[in-house]
Ligand binder design. Sequence first.
Ligand code: GAL
Length: 402
Amino acid sequence: MAVRKLGSIRFRARSAGALLLPALWLMTAGSAAALDNGLAKTPPMGWNSWNKFHCNVSEKLIRETADAMVATGMRDAGYVYLVIDDCWQVDRDAQGNIVPDPKRFPSGMKALADYVHSKGLKFGIYSDAGRMTCQKRPGSRGYEFQDARQYAAWGVDYLKYDWCHHGKQNSEASYALMRDALAKAGRPIVFSICEWGSTKPWLWAGDVGNLWRTTGDIQDCWDCKRKWGGLGWTQILDQQVGLEVYAGPGHWNDPDMLEVGNGGMTTEEYRAHFTMWCILAAPLMAGNDLRNMTDEIREILTNPEVIAVDQDPLGKQGVKVRDDGDLEVWAKQMADGSRAVALLNRSTKKQEIAVQWTEIGYPAHLKAAVRDLWKKQDLGTATGRFSAEVPGHAVVLVRIRP
Ligand code: GAL
């Protein structure tokens, strides 16, 4: 099968001077059967509580965040799913129904979902395929159909489903069970698989979930690596190489939620992180405090031309076409035949980075218009190649249109 063959190609991650299989990224997206729930035709966009707030979630935070999503222009930029991560749940009642924390969510989940919906947003929630969530709250194991019915009754539109405390469970079977439970519950619910890439979900999740995490948890740093498995965003980026063939409309690789605006990186570093997530056609789940966001961060998260790269209807994940050690070129094929090209400088000093047309599937003699998507400036036309000076730990993002 074509998918497997493509999947077995070995990629050289970050070796110096490597021109990477230039034609690969032009190939058709891979998964044989895609989950047919009609959702996530472009990568889902929204906000999730985990990266900034961890267990400190409440209906107050969610209501204020809903208000902020509207006031900051995030909703209108496309961020519609407001997702409560771990810790909203405390128990099960005598009938086995999941019980939200009565102190933190005194009005209940239905009222909260109604409020979120009244703002023109969609409501998301979190559970776990095992006995307990990662923070030791009740998981959905053995309660899949009951929980799915409950979510639908509350008005849930998105479920993130984690993988802690799963014992000897089989991942594909466990996630397929919740997929079927959601389908039976009778409400369209985006299904977000979160098993950290541990059983290679890209190989089996195309017809199980709308998105699947590919790695351990993102950290708010450029390239750190935590002993327990947390990763800076460039570490995560390296692990996306080769997964592009498995993504497409309705089923996406998920390199984890955004850290943009959480304080651990510079504005340029956040811009680079956001750019690369858009090149990857990654789900864009903001993870910062939207109630206190600087203008600079808001401008990164809401730049319409950059978001359009992520949300392009062709649904192609971008690929690394050149790797010169610290200097990388990534390209994403767009529905109109243009290319979004990111020149990424991972070193700490300013350097020139060039892209050759032949690396992005264009003939060398082709004349093309180049636009800088962050500067919002047309740079004129170029033939055969384009190059730019890129500051350290930064990116230049252009759209190249023949
Ligand atoms: C992790 C997951 C995180 C967050 C956390 C909650 O497994 O990767 O994104 O959901 O659990 O406990």
